[in-house]
Design a protein around this ligand. Sequence first.
Ligand SMILES: Cc1ncc(COP(=O)(O)O)c(C=O)c1O
Length: 506
Amino acid sequence: MQTNRDQSLGLRLSATSRLPLYRQLFDAVVARIHDGTFPKGFRLPPTRALAKGLETHRNTVVRAYEELAAAGFVESTVGRGTFVAAPLVAPRPTKAPPPRAPMPWSTLMSPSVTNDVFTRAERFAHPVASTDAVLLNRLQPADELLPHELFRRCIERAIEDYGSKAMGYAPISGVQRLKELIAHDLARQGVPATPDDLLITTGSQQALDLLARALISRGETFLVDEATYPGAIRLLAAAGARLVPVPCDDEGPNLAALDRLGRGAKGCYLMPNCQNPTGRRISQARREELVEWSHRAGVPLIEDDYASDLNLDGRAPPAALRTLDGEVLYLGTYSKKLSPALRIGYLLAPRSLKDRLELLKHAMDLGTSALMQYALAEFLDRGYLDAHLRVSIPRYRARRDALDAALKKALPSRYHWSSPQTGLALWLPLPDGPDAEAVWLEGQKHGVLVGPGTVSGVTEAGRQGLRLGFCVEPPGRLAEGAKRLARALAAVDRREVKPKTQLEVV
Ligand SMILES: Cc1ncc(COP(=O)(O)O)c(C=O)c1O
């Protein structure tokens, strides 16, 4: 046991800090236990003595000691004093393991992760960029547009209101209050939904994963666009799907092609409002035809509405597929319009399928974070999301326009692109070269990161382009990014890089 001579223990409390004095004392003692200054068994001074040493009220010290004891940092015994608690398990000395034959990981891994799609993804996983590289490769909200202060208030409120309930496992299909708010919001967008139709998922990525696992047996056909969301390609490939690309015309997926290619397919994955990566939108007429086709062919439509509400020109998109047909599997997320860190998405599915998906989700993760769901519900209920969108959409519009203008200035006139109405990225087609992967590599040397069509293309044509995200960087940096990209394109052009071979899919 140790005793202390200095009755203030070298601690200081600040009258001007935002934190109350007892919290400052709590934090200071915890920090000293953590760095070993107050070792196991260390005796803290009596409350009266420490209060005197710190020139504070005794109640401050009593409260700090009580909270330290409740949190498990100290133990108090009447008549003996307050001591730093012993660690639960004494640290064990580590020793080097004896030499053993290594595990044959390359043969143990299944085709779910050794397929071509994953091998290619690995090539793009770690771009090398200087610290001042312009980031046009991201599809996520800008750091300065993440409303962390507002969200902090909602987390605090969720803990105050729900206490231990917010810290436990959530109901399997999601927190009821959140489902009610989402159903209400979907109704505003014309998508009919009740809370019972909804499954809250850990990001909409999990919703896609659930569908892939629930629908696909190895080798079965799944229909996708010629270029599509790389995260969907990977999940579908991991589930063993044979990805069949469907060509598009100006209005959306070509119906004759669907009739030809769709026999026996287990699903057709679409992003009708803002196709990733091209930004294309499916027309109202084609949506109606797609729904008719889906029922004729017995192939479910998967509608990924990841960019909902991010309508940059204030014009609502045509009615969702799910509005036209209650059997469409509809996915939404708060990652793009609010924050990807929430990891909250949702899936609308017909009841018979939803019940199975719910069991599958439970097997996968035992539920999406209850705390985040309660906090998000609070955020939505307070109207914070609407207010947030009122601020962020004009900023994204300004960024889109800045990138568009800068590209017009920097690129040769043979490049053509469309300015997207929705979402966070612009697609720059490269139909006659240069090769997208070569530009991605060259861009790194010139200090600009882009999204190469190589990861989103399912056909050679689908790979010829670059996805340029305009959400992360402010307008001035986007202009700089466009100049750097123009230099990278010119450098690749000069080298006359040959196109890569056809992408193979599982
Ligand atoms: C088209 C599309 N769908 C789904 C997702 C998954 O998003 P999250 O899991 O964060 O909801 C993304 C993420 O980039 C996306 O681009």
